[in-house]
Design a protein around this ligand. Structure first.
Ligand code: ATP
Ligand code: MG
Length: 228
């Protein structure tokens, strides 16, 4: 997974609303740490709250190219969080990983990358699906999509065969071994063809992919190396 730093926020809901309105005052104590970590990781960085990234507004939110963008991106991320009734408790900075991008969508340069969402429950991998749904991309993009985008998406999905899926099931099992309860676990493929675990969320609050498949991975779980 990408190197990650979490900077806890002290602001209360009222302060959060001010931040979302562009007043970084309620975050003044945290700003030096945020700046320091971004410099340490090196720009660009991937930035989000502990709740959400506002990824559809990519170049104005989670994709941060330099320190000058910090204030406006934090404001936009907070605005998205508050508008969705989420009250973040931390700013999260991650190493930006160049992904195996197929094309961009959602008008703000958001990369569509090969991605799978797995679900783990009570130390077992219970299912997975291809993250992207054509309709969401089509309906969420006003400025036009590249020619043959559906073909690119389909080709990428179909090129990921059994061997690669089994590898992801094993990765998900390693995570399942370490967490209690029900979680979604997202994997994204990098430009270097390595699969990165990029995000986890509470299972019952996670969107379920259209082609979600239940699996019984007791065999994989019992392979040497995967046992607890
Ligand atoms: N470290 C990273 N480097 C580069 N791209 C990333 C990184 N982490 C995530 N991404 C890209 O950004 C997108 C959004 O990331 P993330 O899953 O953290 O946000 P989110 O708001 O929780 O979205 P979701 O609701 O889909 O889980 C991912 O689909 C992936 O394409
Ligand atoms: Mg997420």
């Amino acid at each position: 997974m990408p190197r990650t730093a979490m900077i806890p926020l002290r602001a209360q809901p009222k302060g959060m609303c001010k931040i979302a309105d562009g007043d970084l005052g309620p975050m003044r104590m945290e700003m030096p740490a945020v700046k320091k970590i971004c410099n340490m990781f090196g720009y660009p960085v991937f930035m989000r709250s502990d709740q959400a990234s506002a990824k559809h507004d990519w170049k104005d939110t989670c994709y941060l190219e330099n320190e000058q963008q910090l204030g406006s991106h934090i404001t936009n991320i907070m605005d998205f969080n508050i508008m969705n009734d989420l009250f973040p408790q931390a700013i999260v900075i991650r190493d930006y990983i160049p992904m195996d991008t197929l094309f961009t969508a959602f008008d703000k340069g958001m990369p569509i990358n090969p991605e799978f969402r797995f679900f783990v429950r009570d130390h077992n991998v219970v299912g997975y699906g291809w993250y992207w749904c054509e309709r969401a991309i089509y309906e969420g993009t006003r400025s036009g999509l590249p020619r043959y985008w559906k073909h690119k998406l389909k080709k990428a999905r179909e090129s990921i065969g059994r061997v690669e899926i089994n590898k992801l099931i094993r990765y998900a099992q390693l995570i399942a071994n370490r967490v209690d309860g029900y979680w979604s676990v997202d994997f994204c493929r990098g430009k270097d063809k390595v699969w990165y675990m990029i995000d986890m969320a509470i299972g019952k609050a996670s969107w379920m992919p259209e082609d979600y498949k239940e699996i019984d991975n007791r065999r994989i779980k019992n392979e040497p190396g995967n046992r607890k």
